[in-house]
Write a protein that binds this ligand. Structure first.
Ligand SMILES: [Zn+2]
Length: 198
């Protein structure tokens, strides 16, 4: 349910699932621990935080899943609260990035036009490159429109949260909800921070 989105709250590396000790009935617990908890001697292909040893401990997968489901249950009962927290700041930041990209695209188009005027590129090049830029710009404009409308976020949320009770739906459905609404789960020994994607 949490693979890919669960990260170490201390160093930011992903948490990886490992089999824990065997129980009396023969089943084994699954624990999550920081990718950097036991740094390898040989250099790994993917590194996080310069492969520095992380002192974070381990967490039982079931505990983490339970916590996330509990938070989703709260979101389900009271979406307004979470919506108001999902910081307007993040939305604002994202909007600024998009507006900036739109400006950059605009100036690229102008440059291309100038290049064409001084015979530095062909008309075909001008057209195909401009077309590409324009469609990216339109895409950004559409996204901006959606972002700026809080009611759209609410509507999307309602669509995803269209079930009776998070505990009564099957695991695959729960997983889908988690992946639709949660960007990251940052795990500390004493706190679990959820970054919503709403
Ligand atoms: Zn770590």
């Amino acid at each position: 349910m949490l693979s890919g989105i669960v990260k170490c709250g201390y160093c930011g590396a992903p948490l990886v699932a490992r089999l824990g000790t065997r129980r009396k009935d023969g089943s084994r617990t699954i624990r999550y621990e920081c990718y950097n908890r036991y740094p390898q001697k040989s250099k790994r292909v993917t590194t996080y935080n310069d492969d520095k040893k992380c002192k974070s401990g381990f967490y039982y997968l079931l505990d983490l899943e339970e916590h996330v489901l509990d938070r989703l249950n709260k979101l389900h009962t009271n979406p307004e609260e979470v919506l108001s927290q999902t910081s307007e700041k993040d939305v604002q930041f994202d909007k600024e990035l998009k507006s900036r990209e739109i400006k950059q695209i605009q100036s690229k188009i102008e440059k291309l036009n100038n290049l064409y005027l001084i015979d530095n590129i062909s008309l075909e090049d001008l057209q195909s490159k401009t077309q590409e830029l324009i469609s990216r710009k339109n895409e950004l404009l559409r996204e901006l429109e959606v972002d700026s409308d809080v009611s759209n976020r609410k509507k999307r949320l309602e669509e995803v949260l269209n079930f009776e009770d998070i505990y009564s739906i099957d695991y695959e459905h729960q997983k889908f909800i988690v992946n639709s609404l949660i960007d990251r789960v940052k795990v500390h020994a004493d706190a679990i921070e959820i970054l919503w994607n709403i």
